[in-house]
Design a protein around this ligand. Structure first.
Ligand code: SF4
Ligand code: SF4
Length: 179
């Protein structure tokens, strides 16, 4: 290891600065999915239903600084507790490093592209619904098998708000949703 290696390879998790620690989050949003616990085995099972505070357009918490006020059971990750959090996805950067594994090549710190977590299909983008739209009794119907991997690649499309065709399509969609 050399001083040219990136910080996450050079420094243990408990020696990272606050900024370095926060930058490790790849922005996948998977930790904000609602999980179920098997009563018999204790196994944690993820659904595609998200916490009400997750912004599904960005996969970011919409109230990150004050999230505990609105969602008291939202766990704050620390170097001390990351090793015990079995509900984190196997792809989570914190979990990977805590287990002595390298970051994935789609991690924004590795790729240099903040969208690579989405375009590689490793975020919840386009694959989740908010808890405000799902009844508790329906949660079992939302169990997923892609929590720990199984990416679906996306192509992000830049939308030009001046594009007249796009305006027409949106007006049609809006009219359709109102019926
Ligand atoms: S699972 Fe890990 S990397 Fe993904 S958003 Fe949550 S904390 Fe960040
Ligand atoms: S409060 Fe924010 S960080 Fe916590 S689970 Fe909900 S969306 Fe995720």
């Amino acid at each position: 290891m050399t001083s040219d290696d990136p910080f996450w390879q050079r420094k243990p998790l408990d020696k990272l600065s606050r900024e370095e620690w926060e930058s490790l989050c790849d922005g996948c949003g998977k930790c904000c999915l609602i999980k179920l616990e098997d009563e018999d085995s204790g196994q944690i099972i993820a659904t595609d239903v998200t916490c009400k505070l997750l912004d599904l357009g960005t996969c970011q918490c919409s109230q990150y600084p004050q999230r505990s006020k609105y969602v008291p059971d939202c766990v704050t990750l620390t170097p001390e507790n990351i090793g015990d959090l079995n509900f984190m996805p196997a792809t989570c950067a914190y979990r990977l490093l805590a287990e002595g594994k390298p970051l994935e090549d789609w991690h924004p710190l590795v790729s240099g592209d903040p969208n690579s977590v989405h375009t590689s299909g490793n975020s919840v983008l386009n694959r989740a619904v908010p808890e405000t739209e799902v009844e508790d009794a329906e949660l079992e119907d939302h169990v997923i098998d892609w929590f720990d991997g199984d990416a679906v690649k996306w192509e992000l499309i830049e939308i030009d708000p001046d594009d007249e065709d796009w305006d027409d399509e949106e007006e049609q969609d809006t009219a359709g949703n109102g019926t």
